[in-house]
Design a protein around this ligand. Structure first.
Ligand code: MSK
Length: 662
């Protein structure tokens, strides 16, 4: 790379493409981030545009209490209202994803979406159990219809509580009840968020922030959890799978199709269609050797977790992948799609296709997805890509960098890997934490961001945390960032993990960073934390565990909603970048001190990555001390049960099921 170019991404492959683009005056999000300075008032949460007496800029040298808008709203009120609206926006987006999944399950159960079938019946029964739906001896589709119907009803529930709340530890639920944040239906909490924050409504920052927690819980333990469960039911619960990541996944001699966004319904069909012999023959008739499907952002995570489809990257790689010049079609579903892709694709031969009525982009070709005709639509898209192959020009930055990845760690598999099908539990992990072999657990999540060297904070924190014997569970673009750096392999543990974590990873043959899925799959972390609480020996609720959530490069309202539902569930969460609530000391105090007192979680903003690391280890060590666990000392462990390796697990299964001749 030439010296004069400022590092924009922490990925070498990304920087090569950025440099190539700069030499041809092709603008990307990195250039726009440089040109577009954040609004200094809005960035701190101090701008109120809820009515037309303003917008009011609540700035000035006076004390916080004295700064008021035209209506007299205080700075704390305005900042809190803005946070509630962000949480509601994020909850609506991820929640709608869950709703779409539930409607697809209903269509499958009714025989109306014939290209799909239920792949994980065991998971369907497990979810039916949570919902008190009888499943023994009933036809699978009847159970699925009841499950889908009950889940869909939960979105619009007007009274009572959402069904999945009862999956949380009892003590965690009691805290929600005590502080009035156990959500009814997701739709009701979103409507109330908009209602409360309108001019002349709720002006009490504490009450407003309570509602930010409530609407976010409706997403975390409702919309997003429904998405994770239904996706597993329909497309299979992930188990470890090998894949590859980074911009070098594209093939020069094949038709390259990129699927980008979040929802996996179309992506699942594309996986089938690209390996259809008829389609491959058609691609060969156009001079290509085959069809190569790659993923982007969280749709990539969905199909990587279940099929080993490679990922080209996260948020900041979407434009760069088109700039490789190798993409025949980029097809998008919903969420995190930069409108810039439309104009950019015209500079290359790439066909840019939108598919959701909720995410139309001017200049794109629109082929609307409909789960009732899923395969037919997927075939139309792949055919359009093949037809475009002869139009490929030599123009583009053909990078070759790619890394091996091991993904596919569902919470069910994590339980299985700790004891096999018949003795699966979280006992070994809890024991390893109690003995100090594993210092604690961090959920590393969230977006990558062009305002920092993109993916760099994920990489820094991932390596430093595992050095400190912290097990990482990752999701979303954080997983993509780690995968694109070669961190999601068991070898990463051998080379970089502290001695205790290394031993644990070696015993079971896992990476020290477990890829749990897309950003809706943060709910898998809630399930794991609940299982650890139920297992005993640590905290008997999610709060108080030696566990922290980090989103060092977040940018989306969805991240705010996730941060809030983790805080309400009892997890201290640290976000990178400047705080969107920093205009108000009062709001900052409530989100850190008051939330910690009430729920044992918090949402803290800290731009300095070294401080994020120090705060994380401090939270973990304080939780260990409060639980009276052995003081963490690298290389010095207490005694605990040894984690079972693969051979030991097979032995147990063999003994339990001799007829299978395993
Ligand atoms: S895609 S919300 S940039 S994680 Fe889930 Fe990535 Fe953030 Fe979108």
């Amino acid at each position: 790379m030439s010296k004069k170019i400022k590092i924009k991404s922490a990925s070498e492959a990304a920087n090569k493409v950025i440099e190539w683009g700069e030499s041809r005056n092709i603008e990307t999000c990195f250039d726009r981030a440089e040109k577009m300075k954040p609004c200094p008032i809005g960035e701190t949460g101090a701008c109120c545009k809820m009515c037309h007496m303003g917008p009011c800029r609540l700035v000035g040298k006076n004390a916080e209490e004295e700064v008021r808008g035209v209506c007299g709203a205080s700075l704390a009120t305005v900042v809190a209202r803005n946070l509630v609206r962000m949480a509601a926006g994020g909850s609506a987006c991820h929640g709608d994803h869950g709703r779409d999944m539930a409607f697809t399950l209903l269509a499958v159960a009714n025989g109306e979406a014939k290209d799909y079938r239920i792949k994980d019946v065991r998971k369907l029964y497990r979810v039916a159990g949570y919902l008190d739906i009888e499943f023994e001896g009933r036809p699978v589709n009847d159970v699925a219809r009841d499950v889908a119907t009950k889940l869909i009803e939960d979105f619009g529930r007007q009274r009572g509580e959402m069904n999945f709340l009862k999956r949380a530890p009892q003590k965690t639920q009691e805290r929600w009840k005590k502080w009035g944040i156990a959500p009814r239906g997701l739709d009701r909490e979103i409507a109330e968020s908009l209602d409360r924050t309108t001019m002349g409504m709720d002006a009490d920052p504490e009450s407003l922030l309570n509602h930010a927690l409530k609407v976010s819980l409706a997403n975390g333990w409702g919309g997003s959890m429904i998405s994770t469960d239904v996706t597993d039911i329909l497309f299979g619960t992930p188990t470890p799978v090998k894949a590859e990541a980074s911009l070098g996944i594209f093939k020069e001699d094949e038709v390259n199709v990129v699927i980008h966004g979040h929802e996996p319904m179309l992506a699942e069909m594309l996986v089938e269609v690209v390996s259809d012999p008829e389609m491959i023959a058609y691609a060969k008739s156009k001079g290509a050797k085959g069809i190569n499907l790659g993923g982007m952002c969280c749709t990539a995570n969905e199909v990587m977790m279940r099929h080993g489809i490679p990922s080209a990257g996260g948020l900041t790689n979407q434009e760069l992948s088109i700039m490789t010049g190798l993409i025949e079609t980029m097809v998008v579903d919903v969420q995190c799609i930069m409108p810039a892709l439309s104009e950019l694709s015209k500079k290359f031969h790439t066909k840019f296709i939108t598919t959701s009525p909720k995410a139309r982009i001017p200049g794109a070709r629109h082929i609307e997805f409909d789960e009732h005709r899923a395969k037919e639509i997927a075939r139309e898209i792949v055919k359009a890509a093949i037809d475009n192959y002869p139009n490929r020009k030599s123009e583009g930055s053909h990078v070759t960098d790619k890394y091996p990845v091991v993904a596919g760690f569902s919470h069910e598999y994590i339980e299985y890997m700790q004891g096999g099908k018949f003795r699966g539990s979280f006992r070994p992990l809890n024991d390893a934490i109690m003995a100090g072999r594993v210092r604690g657990v961090v959920g590393l999540a969230g977006c990558d961001n062009p305002r920092v060297p993109a993916t760099g904070l994920h990489k820094y924190l991932a390596t430093e945390l595992i050095k400190n014997d912290v097990l990482i569970v990752s999701t979303g673009c954080s997983s993509v960032a780690c995968g694109g750096a070669g961190y999601l392999t068991p070898e990463m543990a051998l080379e970089n993990a502290g001695p205790g974590l290394r031993e644990v990873c070696e015993a079971i043959g896992i990476p020290p960073i477990l890829h749990l899925g897309a950003c809706v799959d943060n709910t898998r972390i809630l399930t794991i934390a609940s299982a650890m609480a139920a297992e005993g020996g640590l905290s008997d609720e999610i709060g108080g565990m030696p566990a922290v959530g980090i989103a060092p490069e977040w940018m989306s309202e969805k991240a705010i909603a996730i941060g809030c539902y983790f805080a309400a569930s009892g997890v201290p969460v640290i976000f990178g970048g400047e705080s969107p609530v920093r205009a108000s000391k009062e709001v900052t105090r409530i989100m850190t001190e008051v939330w910690f007192e009430r729920f044992r979680g918090a949402l803290v903003f800290e731009p300095d990555p070294e401080k994020i690391l120090a705060m994380t280890l401090d939270y973990i060590d304080k939780a260990r001390a409060a639980l009276k666990l052995k003081k963490y000392e690298p290389g010095k462990f207490g005694t605990e049960k040894v984690l079972m390796d693969m051979a030991a697990r097979r032995e147990i299964e063999k003994a339990a099921r001799p007829h299978l001749g395993l």
